[in-house]
Design a protein around this ligand. Structure first.
Ligand code: ZN
Ligand code: ZN
Length: 409
């Protein structure tokens, strides 16, 4: 059975956002067509309590609100911070942890107390002094329950394990003996399976894509997600699908939309009147010719640095998409996604299709939307279905790529 999962999110406790109600999340999941959603921040004690109170286990290891069929998987992001030999700076890498039950969350909470780790924010740090200590921590977490899954999040972004800030040569430098317990990676918004498939460390691993959203908005939940094949919709089946690579396809941002895709400096930096963007070759020392400050190496160039051209990549299916609400706004030339007009069209379309996912994978958009939705919006939807869209300029230096739909027949 094919299900759509989005297994990385954050709650209001992750900072910078207000409270996000699970009811709102469930409502958006229905509109988008997401079957199972990562709760976010499940290790943070007030959040753990909130989840315990609000959710009921409906199938082994998955939870729902009362009288609701959308399912939640207990998930948190943690930041492992350690000092590796040969590296001047700390190595910092964001990770996802999935839990089979609340008991295993409580056990990790106790472990963190014992290790004297502050667990005071939605996305806590687990700090170690060296690789051996990190390895011990990873094994200790895994030992709580063999069904706990630990995986590196957004692997190529500046806070990802292989991102340009860490500048590691291989994930083995980080995981050591634990490397064999890493089955799966999250591609992140600035990379897709094609870019990652030629990197030796990743070539054999499962790749999933998640929204990493901090909001229940229609352009956030499910902006990236994964279709997996399971025999049953429960925690064990999902973890097995990840461990055995039963991924049908990932649905992704076009990497060019991601904020760290290319190397460059934006125009509002000191001494800049215009931006600098490198789409291929970058200066060896990464020094910006305008302001003489060091630039961050873009994900595209970082992937090129790591890839091995002799690898024959595994076939992986993936699709680039844009959230429907953004496509509608773009077709009308409206910038605010919350505009009444944009939302009215979205909900008109949801009268016709069960979910956004159903719309994207249907072949009768033209017939069904005709006379109910403006022709220019229908044309934009059809263009996105045909992947006729691009980003100019692409994302760089923390700025998202600028979407242009159509024109590439
Ligand atoms: Zn992260
Ligand atoms: Zn500069």
């Amino acid at each position: 059975m094919k299900i759509a999962v989005d297994l990385h999110s954050h709650s209001g406790y992750a900072g910078g956002v207000g409270q996000i109600s699970l009811e709102d999340v469930s409502r958006t999941m229905k509109l988008k067509g997401i079957d199972v959603f990562g709760t976010g921040d499940c290790l943070f004690p007030p959040r753990t309590e909130e989840l315990k109170k609000s959710l009921k286990e409906v199938t082994t290891g998955l939870f729902s609100l009362p009288n609701d069929n959308k399912k939640f998987l207990l998930q948190t992001e943690v930041i492992f911070s350690t000092r590796l030999k040969g590296y001047k700076n700390k190595t910092i890498a964001h990770h996802l942890i999935f839990f089979p039950d609340f008991a295993s969350i409580d056990k990790l909470s106790l472990l963190m107390e014992k290790w004297q780790m502050k667990n005071t924010i939605g996305r806590p740090f687990i700090v170690s002094n060296n690789q051996k200590e990190l390895e011990y921590q990873l094994y200790s977490i895994q030992a709580i329950d063999p069904l706990i899954e630990i995986l590196p999040a957004h692997v190529m972004t500046p806070d990802g394990i292989m991102g340009s800030k860490n500048n590691l040569k291989s994930i083995i430098e980080f995981y050591g003996n634990f490397t064999g317990n890493i089955h799966c990676i999250e591609t992140g918004l600035s990379a897709d399976p094609e870019m990652l498939a030629m990197i030796p460390d990743f070539a054999e691993l499962t790749m999933i894509s998640n929204s990493d959203c901090h909001s229940a908005a229609l352009n956030r939940i499910g902006r990236e997600f994964t279709f997996i094949n399971v025999t049953k919709i429960d925690y064990l089946s999902i973890i097995e699908a990840l461990r055995k690579n039963n991924v049908i396809a990932t649905v992704e941002f076009n990497p060019a939309e991601g904020r760290y895709y290319l190397t460059g400096h934006r125009n509002n930096r000191p001494h800049h009147t215009e931006p600098i963007i490198y789409s291929d070759e970058v200066p060896k020392d990464l020094i910006c010719p305008v302001c003489n400050k060091k630039m961050l190496l873009g994900v595209k160039q970082r992937c090129n640095q790591l890839k091995d051209n002799t690898i024959k990549p595994k076939e992986r299916k993936f699709i680039h998409l844009i959230p429907l609400i953004e496509v509608i706004a773009n077709s009308l030339g409206i910038k605010t996604l919350n505009s009444q007009k944009v939302r009215a069209i979205f909900f008109e379309i949801m009268q016709i299709y069960d979910s956004e996912i159903q719309l994207w994978f249907s072949e009768d958009v033209k017939e069904l939307l005709d006379k109910r939705v403006l022709p220019k919006t229908i044309n934009s939807i059809l263009a996105v279905q045909k992947r006729n869209f691009f980003f100019e300029p692409p994302g760089y230096d923390g700025i998202y790529g600028n979407l242009i739909i159509g024109g590439n027949e």
